[in-house]
Design a protein around this ligand. Structure first.
Ligand SMILES: C[S@@+](CC[C@H](N)C(=O)[O-])C[C@H]1O[C@@H](n2cnc3c(N)ncnc32)[C@H](O)[C@@H]1O
Length: 319
């Protein structure tokens, strides 16, 4: 189901189903749309109630895409971390020279023209008995009393299991579900019976392969896409035109911050499967709603400005 709600997103989080993906394109602190802050003072605080609500509803499979200016992101990043969001990657949207097109008075601004925004990927790795996954895997194996290298016997490999899955250094890898299940089965069969179960989330039985596969965010890397997205600002038939009633915001384009569907498509498709739920708390013209609908994902969006809300409803109907 794709639905856009009229009103502040914070009024809806409690009733929205848990998200696999959150597309956050909220305030930047650049007076970019009515209600945006005029600077980064207070920006981090603005996001706190939203981050709190998202953190309560997110699962280990959830990916958050945080759109902003470079300085806006830098300002909010510490708060994202406080709420358990782990930085994965920063994507640069390079809108190209056409974005400047003689409009930037660099003599007054005394800096080079800015043609970029960032879209930063965060995940929420789970903790196991208060430990990171890497620490917990090693801890559980050590707890069962077997030498570390017996993990290789468990997985039927020469040395890769100990080196990849149980290492304490930065060369650690997430054990794929079949390897995890092999480790858990072996530890529970051959480890000290007194400490069983090993590799369990509930203290009753070990995680199954399918439960284990849900302990991290989904991700499928598309070929040929890097973290630099060279694409002009939205134009042509994709650009939604119109005017807000408030004359101060009367531009040809209805929304000053409309995101290209192509970029939003990428963010949604790399981290979700059909049927998954996408949240778009600060919808604007709701590109994530349209993108989700077109790719069989469910989506919940919110928007507080009536003109944007109605335009988003129409976009969805047209899609
Ligand atoms: C940066 S724009 C989003 C643009 C959108 N990604 C697009 O492509 O059209 C942020 C939007 O969030 C809306 N907004 C601000 N605070 C909100 C809130 N608490 N709940 C819902 N929407 C909000 C603003 O009216 C604005 O349209």
């Amino acid at each position: 189901m794709a639905e856009v709600c009229f009103g502040p997103a914070e009024n809806f989080y409690a009733e929205w189903p848990p998200p696999t993906c959150i597309v956050c394109d909220g305030p930047y602190g650049v007076s970019g749309y009515p209600g945006d802050l005029s600077g980064t003072d207070g920006l981090a605080e603005w996001y706190v109630p939203h981050l709190r609500a998202w953190s309560e509803k997110a699962t280990p499979q959830t990916t958050l895409w945080f759109w902003n200016t470079e300085i806006g992101w830098a300002t909010v990043h510490p708060v994202l971390q406080t709420f358990g969001w782990e930085y994965k990657n920063c994507h640069i949207w390079d809108k190209g020279l056409g974005h400047v097109a003689g409009n930037t008075n660099t003599k007054t601004l005394r800096k080079l023209p800015v043609t970029t925004e960032v879209c930063v990927q965060y995940v929420r790795p789970p903790l196991f008995d208060g430990m990171t996954m890497q620490t917990w895997l090693r801890h559980e194996w050590q707890r069962c009393g077997l030498p570390l290298n017996r993990a290789n016997d468990a997985c039927g490999v020469a040395n890769a299991a100990t080196r990849k899955y149980l290492t304490a250094d930065h060369l650690w890898y997430f054990p794929p579900p079949d390897a995890f299940e092999a480790l858990a089965r072996y530890a529970n069969a051959h480890g000290n019976p007194a400490g069983r179960p090993y590799f369990s989330g509930n203290g009753v039985q070990p995680f199954t392969a399918s439960e284990w596969s849900r302990q991290r965010a989904k991700f499928k890397c598309p070929a040929g896409i890097t973290n630099v997205w060279r694409r002009p600002h939205v134009g042509g038939s994709e650009r939604v035109n119109g005017a807000r009633q408030d004359m101060r915001w009367k531009f040809k384009s209805l929304h000053g911050s409309q995101k290209p569907l192509e970029l939003v498509d990428t963010t949604i498709q790399v981290c979700t499967d059909p049927g998954d739920v996408v949240w778009e708390p600060f919808g604007g013209l709701c590109p994530a709603l349209v993108s989700s609908f077109r790719s069989d994902r469910a989506c919940r969006s919110a928007e507080i400005v009536p003109e944007f809300y109605h335009a988003a409803v129409k976009r969805l109907a047209d899609a």
